[in-house]
Design a binder for this molecule. Sequence first.
Ligand code: GA4
Length: 324
Amino acid sequence: MVVLSSPSLDQIPLIRAPKAAAAAGSFSVVPAIDLSKPDDTAARLIVKACQDLGLFKVTNHGVSLELMRRLEAEAVSFFSLPLFEKQRSCLPHSFGGYGNKSIGANGDVGWLEYLLFAVTPKQYPFSSTLREYLSAIRKLAQRVLELMAEGLAIQPRDALSKLVMGEQSDGLFRLNHYPPCPLQLLHEFNSCLTGFGEHTDPQVISILRSNNTSGLQISLKEGSWIPILPDEESFFINVGDALQVLTNGRFRSVRHRVAADGRESRVSMIYFFGPALGERIAPLPQAMRMGEQSRYREFTWEEYKKAAYGSRLSDDRLGLFEKS
Ligand code: GA4
């Protein structure tokens, strides 16, 4: 376990994390989809997980643990740099860049520092490792989105994947570091700080890999929160708002959050798969049953993104686009 020294993350008031229901020792295991199984089995299980939870993990995914650890090590060396160097090395940046405690532009805060950037430009903060990782995750996303289409009986097979695989697609990559925090602060917050507050992801799907630290929690349909058992060898894949709309609400964009226990250094890397800005987002006719009406008014990804970036983290962003 790599433990970084705590950077200067002490200027902004923090929020105490609410405890998850099953937090007293019992972690919930999310459905693990073995990608070496026949496609129809994997497709069926993925659809079930997306309907029930909005989250699943994949095993036997073909991405080497060595590559994941190599990128994690590069992220760790970046986050170990002095604050001024982290800020300097990622400027100027048109979008995202290095951030520290402050999330988005509307006053949300969390116990973390991060690097956030668009995937399209060819220049990345790190080396060839990142390029290799992103390309492996793109292949994985393509496979998973094809399996989703198969499970939903949507034709052609690339109906979902083509939305996020094009040259113009709006992909984002985020490296998060939740550092250990001073004992005194832990005490003050009753050992539980909000690392990243509750939210849904606006995109189609997100693919997350973290080191072996706990912290990720999801909200179930009836509103309770459960902690997710960490697994550094698997990828966690969650449904985003756009996919909820594309399936007319059949798939669930899962609310999730990260509680920082402050003792261990959590490093996560997430690839968010968004469509091209001009893409129209509406339920796919084949994802609807006979006579089913669309629950959402049609919008472009650009419109949705604008609304999302103008909102607070925990806001119900899809609510604005639901038909009354
Ligand atoms: C949540 C998912 C991704 O991390 C993200 C986040 C973005 C940001 O950190 O700038 C947002 C958040 C996320 C949704 C609402 C807005 C925008 C912070 C925030 C308050 C990069 C994304 O695309 O949306």
